[in-house]
Design a protein around this ligand. Sequence first.
Ligand code: ZN
Length: 202
Amino acid sequence: MAEFAEPLQRLIAELEKLPGVGARTAERLAYHLLKIDRDDAMALARAIRDVKERLKTCQICFNMTDGELCRICSDRSRDPSLVCVVEHVRDLIALEKVGSFQGLYHVLGGKVAPSEGKSIQSTTLGALLARVKKGVIKEVILATNPDAEGDATSLSIGQHLHNSSVKVTRLARGIPVGGSIEFANVEMLREAMSGRQEAGNK
Ligand SMILES: [Zn+2]
């Protein structure tokens, strides 16, 4: 890349690190950024900086937020007795797109993955148990992904909630095994949510 001026070289190298961006696309994007208005280019730079510097995790549910609590936890019209447990924020976003769920969420930030040495303790389970202990939650909906690790995660959470008085349910098996909540379509997710069943580990 010695043919490019140093700042341009650096931009291409950074763009090339993005998923799905090869050397040629990185060059094309870099030329595009060179060409556009300074304001537009700076808006992109600021947007990147802001997601890294201003986004925090919600103190209650671990969703992303730029305040103390996320917009879902601060929404008084939502039902605090219903909590849907997901692996990642992107799963929460997929379920929110369905628009039918009126409860709150809990983002685990991970899952049980024995091959990577990750137990349920590597997730935010402790915070979920503390939320349940407060007595407001009546139902915990396990919405982990339908794969071996997601199943192991749900099973473990079910066991930890075994002695509490909350009802523990799982999404109906609408999403194909090995598929993911993130990429399931809206209809599928709506059916999986409305057809949820009591988890069989009581
Ligand atoms: Zn929240």
